[in-house]
Design a binder for this molecule. Structure first.
Ligand code: HEC
Ligand code: HEC
Length: 797
């Protein structure tokens, strides 16, 4: 039996980290000297420093300073953009396409998510459940075009859901390949069909394609649009809102995909049906499949290996207890301790604890299934990175070490930094996954200096590369070659910059004709503006401009509450001090930045600050890509928006200063320590639930003292209440009924504010306002025009 070489991501990043520590490789970043910024200096720095002085001493209610800079008004995504935004592959495609289309999953009898009466087990194709079960949006894109040799060619994407991508596993990312051959299917993305010279759609029949002497298959994965492409449910319709947070259950999606696959591997009948479905889909290409025989062999092999794996860990916390439970409580009375099938059957929802110790067995099972499905030999596999893909998929889906604690993220949230950190950097020292954050909106980002809730970075490319690694892009060798597709990340970033703040009137233009609830009450706006100005604006708007061209807006960072938990600068619900803490849940600020440690490594034995390891590791992956693809320094600068942003950096949110970066670019507030940033509120009405952890279901509840906000509420549908802004009472109100965390459905849809990371306390500004004033304020927030891109006429009100 051939040995596959698997390079665990953590090991690779760990070792590059060592070399960086000793050779100071990371210094290459400082080669890009701030004195070399070109162009775009539309705001004069001298002017700026005066304004900055004035600004830092202004009190609430200060006069807004003139915006001296020119901003592009983003046009929004048009049809072709939408297709690209929804489907461009980041290099994170983890699961074979034919599996994806033929996998069946579970519909639970009591599954209220479905609102339909389907009963039974494994009776639905997984891909048919994407919207109803996991909240993935159906695609809004129509026809898409690719430019090939100066000619536009029509293409169709494979899977019509926002954020679902497909690519050939051994693709060339280089567009020049398309240009030479005129064949769009050579490009990084796998299309269902493309228009040929004669105007016919040509479907890619091949299921295995030879690309440069390597057998390739189509793989399915996800991209930005999975999380950053939402909609508003109103009047029985889903109205798409570009760049708004998706109501998607990211973990559920991956866990279910893995869980269903693994259960299938233990079940001869399921496996046989799966294989024969695949065969039926393309009898010519899959003639090698013998469903009955193959299923028997595969499941036997897997069950043996997996039983071994699970037996050998019978004393591991969690697994042992579960096995004990199965032995003692099983009505069938036939269960043996550690038996794989039984262990996994109860993990059909992809339960981490039960799957975790079987990761290697799962990987082997997936590889064996892959070989059977696509008729691949060990030699074929050795030339590809499919084995690493399977390894990664097993890890990605199974997820966290059972010794860590998890707060379920459910719909609309994910613990981005916790998960990516654990998967990519932390190896055997994971942090608890107890800081799920609400998916943020992504409009007005071109000019936003400090990214992420805790404002830990200004980076465009590195943050996107890190995000791809978290979703399934993998590192292929010790030189840090990766599957990350930086070209596509760059394209997507440009698309994100085109997303505009949603305009209430435009979004509801049809509904407004028949439903007065969605007509803005203009008579409330003047009062609303007054309240906004004296209660909210000084934190949520900003005219501190930073970066080489002085056009980035640096949203203010607010530190975590002082030790006594009190917000010292607050009087009668009004902040009197700029430094006043919002006093919201701490976990998202404190969890992910815990230093990295690795005792097995002589150098990593010490604690390494999180931002250093991200910066060095992810930075090196980026540099490797640049090198491999011959990307010139000029092009690199363009991709990193260097003239706007300066050098990319991750800051040390733990100590409150940044070691690897100078702050010559005039970044200011970002040097502060742990805390959250107050982003502009333009379009915030389309983004509930609110706060960084999504712990408050409506804007109306945001304006209440924390003690009066709902303790438990349902998240899943974003059925929209135009008066209180957010989920309508009937959707989220559980009448204080606790979440039932044993119930698999409730666990995913119920938000429990008493769990770690989920606290809904803090940010009580506005709580003292009268009911009428609150309604006026909310009305104004619907109207609040786009702030960061272009100034609004503040004189109107
Ligand atoms: C799995 C879901 C998911 C996917 C996919 C995803 N993001 Fe995000 N994104 C998040 C979450 C969660 C955050 C907030 C993380 C934090 O601040 O702690 C975030 C934050 C951001 C931010 C910072 C926003 C702000 O206000 O500071 C940007 C910009 C962004 N994402 C862009 C992208 C782009 C571009 C892609 C694709 C290359 C992408 N995201 C893919 C979940 C996702
Ligand atoms: C002293 C500064 C400050 C004041 C005053 C303030 N905010 Fe905030 N606001 C913040 C910070 C900081 C956050 C981020 C907190 C978090 O996510 O944990 C925030 C978050 C929010 C959010 C959640 C945004 C999201 O991403 O979900 C909303 C909505 C909001 N504020 C509205 C308001 C309104 C309306 C007012 C005026 C009544 C106001 N804020 C006053 C600092 C402030």
């Amino acid at each position: 039996m051939k040995k596959y070489i698997i390079i665990p991501t953590t090991l690779v990043l760990g070792s590059i980290f060592v070399s960086c520590l000793t050779t100071k490789n990371g210094d290459s970043y400082s080669n890009r000297n701030p004195s070399s910024y070109e162009g775009e200096n539309k705001c004069s720095p001298e002017k700026y420093s005066v304004e900055k002085e004035a600004y830092s001493y202004t009190k609430p209610g200060y006069n807004i300073l003139e915006n001296k800079c020119q901003y592009e008004v983003p046009p929004g995504l048009v049809a072709n953009d939408l297709a690209d935004f929804e489907h461009l592959s980041e290099g994170a495609d983890v699961y074979p396409y034919e599996w994806f289309m033929n996998l069946k999953s579970v519909v639970f009898k009591d599954d209220k998510i479905f609102n339909e009466n389907v009963k039974g087990k494994y009776n639905k194709y997984f891909h048919e459940l994407l919207d109803k079960k996991f909240g993935v949006l159906k695609s809004n894109a129509v026809d898409s075009y690719k430019e090939v040799n100066g000619k536009k060619i029509k293409v169709k994407y494979l899977i019509p859901y926002a954020g679902i991508t497909a690519s050939w596993n051994n693709h060339s990312f280089d567009n020049s390949v398309i240009d030479q051959t005129g064949d769009v299917s050579n490009s990084s993305d796998a299309f269902a069909a493309y228009e040929d010279k004669n105007g016919n759609y040509v479907t890619e029949e091949r299921i295995v394609k030879d690309i440069k002497g390597v057998k390739s298959i189509r793989m399915v994965g996800t991209n930005c649009a999975l999380c950053h492409s939402g909609s508003i449910e109103f009047g029985g319709k889903l109205i798409p809102v570009q760049g708004s947070p998706s109501m998607v259950n990211v973990r559920g999606f991956f866990k279910d995909m893995a869980g269903a696959t693994v259960v299938m591997l233990t079940d001869e009948d399921l496996l046989m049906n799966f294989l024969s479905d695949i065969k039926k889909s393309n009898p010519n290409q899959f003639s090698h499949i013998n469903p009955e025989k193959d299923a028997k062999e595969l499941s036997k092999e897997f069950t043996t290996k997996c039983s071994k794996a699970t037996n050998s860990v019978k004393d591991v916390k969690g697994l042992g207890a579960i096995n004990k439970f199965l032995v003692e409580k099983s009505p069938l009375g036939i269960l043996r301790r550690g038996e794989c099938k039984i262990t996994l059957l109860f993990a059909k929802n992809g339960d981490n604890e039960r799957l975790f110790k079987g990761i290697d067995a799962i990987k082997d099972g997936l590889v064996a299934l892959l070989k059977k499905t696509y008729n691949l030999t060990d030699e074929d596999l050795a030339k590809t990175h499919l084995v690493q893909r399977m390894d990664y998929f097993a890890k990605l889906s199974v997820g966290i070490d059972p010794s860590t604690t998890e707060t379920p993220s459910g719909f609309n949230r994910t613990d981005a930094f916790g998960r990516i950190g654990n998967l990519v950097l932390r190896g055997s020292h994971p942090v608890d996954i107890t800081a799920p954050v609400s998916l943020p909106w992504v409009w007005g980002l071109k000019y936003m200096a400090n990214l992420h809730y805790n404002g830990n970075s200004n980076s465009v490319i590195m943050r996107n590369v890190g995000q791809s690694l978290g979703l399934g892009a993998i590192i292929l060798d010790k030189n840090l070659t990766s599957t990350v597709n930086v070209h596509n990340l760059d394209k997507i970033e440009h698309l994100v910059h085109k997303i505009k703040v949603p305009d209430w009137k435009e979004i509801f233009k049809d509904e407004a004709k028949v439903n007065s609830e969605v007509v803005i009450n203009e008579s409330l706006l003047p009062r609303g503006y007054q309240i906004y100005k004296s209660n909210c604006m000084y934190c949520h708007e900003n005219n501190r401009f930073v970066g080489p061209s002085m056009v980035l807006r640096e949203y203010k960072m607010f530190p975590l509450a002082s030790a006594d938990g009190k917000c010292n600068g607050m009087k009668d619900g009004v902040a009197t001090q700029y430094e006043c803490s919002p006093n919201t849940d701490r976990y998202a600020a404190t969890n992910p930045i815990k230093p990295i440690t690795d005792e097995s490594d002589p150098v990593l034995k010490k604690l390494i600050p999180f931002q250093d390891s991200i910066f060095t590791g992810v930075g090196a992956i980026k540099e490797k890509y640049y090198k491999d693809h011959g990307i010139s320094l000029a092009k690199q600068k363009e991709m990193e928006f260097y003239n706007l942003r300066g050098n990319e950096f991750f800051r040390d949110t733990y100590n409150g200063f940044d070691k690897q970066k100078d702050f010559k670019n005039n970044y200011g507030d970002m040097t502060k320590g742990m805390g959250y940033k107050a982003r502009h509120l333009s379009g915030v009405w389309a983004t509930g639930p609110f706060l960084h952890n999504g712990s408050v279901p409506t804007l109306w509840e945001m304006l209440k003292p924390a003690k009066d906000r709902p303790k438990y509420f349902n998240v899943k549908s974003m059925a929209f209440d135009p008066k209180y802004i957010g989920a309508p009472v009937k959707v989220w109100n559980r009448n204080n009924k606790k979440c039932d965390l044993k119930d698999k459905v409730d666990k995913e849809i119920c938000f429990d504010t008493t769990m770690p990371g989920n606290s809904n306390v803090g940010h009580e500004w506005g709580a003292g306002l009268s009911e009428q004033d609150k309604l006026s304020l909310i009305e104004f927030l619907k109207y609040l025009p786009p702030e960061p891109e272009y100034s609004w006429n503040k004189e109107t009100y």
